[in-house]
Each structure stands twice: as structure tokens, then as C-alpha cells.
Design a protein around this ligand. Structure first.
Ligand SMILES: [Zn+2]
Length: 150
């Protein structure tokens, strides 16, 4: 934990975190979680990106050995001119860009899952990353409403 993070915990940490810190039992990751929560609070209404499960890409994909359906995942930056967003997705993207913490890098990504049978699911996300006194803190948001339980 660097000095800036220690100072932040002392000034802004919850009572619990401050007590842990005073007694020397605070893990840097927990302090960073709280800092991240604080920095990204303007975006707390946005839908966080959740990992795609293989069955989301292909209903036949399962963890069964020897399955004909193997799903691989990849991520790429969006290509202006080649990629398109729906009006609702663009609106969310623009809102996230506007609400993102000052000085953060806001990048449009496409998350893709492809099954060996040919089934594909691709989803646009927004990756927001901020450098804070030597730490890189990031959040990723889903632009597309996905059906639950898939
Ligand atoms: Zn498949």
C-alpha cells in the first residue's frame, strides 16, 4: 500500500477500514476496492459487465468432455467505421463517457464468444480506467441488456 492510499484510507475509509489500518491488518486490495467504489460512484447506476458463460454463446455448449461445442472468448477495441451500436447502446456509451471520473480513459470494446459450431455472441462494453497515484483502477460496463439466467 503506497502513502497516497494510506492517506486516502485515513481520510475517507469506513470506520472498519480505518480500524483495520490502524492495527495493521488492512489488505491493499480491500482499500483499493473502497477507493474504486468511491471514484466510480457517478457510474453506479450503469450495468456492470459480467463474464459471458459458454451456454450464453451456444445453448449446446457444456462442460461435458468431448463435446462438439467449445466456446472461446476474445476482446477487441471497437473500430469506428466498421462497428455499429444501436441508438440505445450509443446513448449509454455517451452517458458513461460523460459521467466517467475526470482523467479516465474510456474505451469502447467488443467482447466476443465463439463456439466451434459457428454460433457467435458479441457484446459492446465500455472500459473505464483511471490512474490514481500509481494505481490503475478500472470498471467495465455492459451496453447491451442480456437476458438473465443464460
Ligand atoms: Zn455450439
Amino acid at each position: 500500500m503506497n502513502d497516497a492510499l494510506k492517506a486516502w484510507v485515513e481520510a475517507n475509509g469506513s470506520e472498519l477500514l480505518q480500524a483495520q489500518f490502524r492495527e495493521g491488518f488492512l489488505d491493499a486490495e480491500d482499500a483499493l476496492d473502497m477507493l474504486r467504489e468511491h471514484l466510480f460512484s457517478p457510474l453506479k447506476g450503469e450495468r456492470p459487465w459480467r463474464k459471458m458463460s459458454p451456454v450464453y454463446v451456444c445453448k449446446a455448449a457444456s462442460l461435458t468432455e468431448g463435446s462438439q461445442h467449445g466456446v472461446t472468448f476474445s476482446t477487441r477495441p471497437a473500430e469506428p467505421g466498421a462497428d455499429a451500436l444501436s441508438p440505445a447502446e450509443y446513448q449509454t456509451y455517451a452517458r458513461i463517457r460523460e459521467l466517467a471520473p475526470a482523467g479516465s480513459a474510456v474505451v469502447l470494446w467488443f467482447r466476443r464468444g465463439q463456439c466451434s459450431c459457428g454460433a457467435v455472441y458479441e457484446a459492446p462494453t465500455v472500459h473505464v480506467c483511471i490512474s490514481w497515484n500509481g494505481y490503475k483502477l478500472a470498471r467495465e460496463f455492459d451496453l447491451r441488456q442480456r437476458k438473465e439466467n443464460a
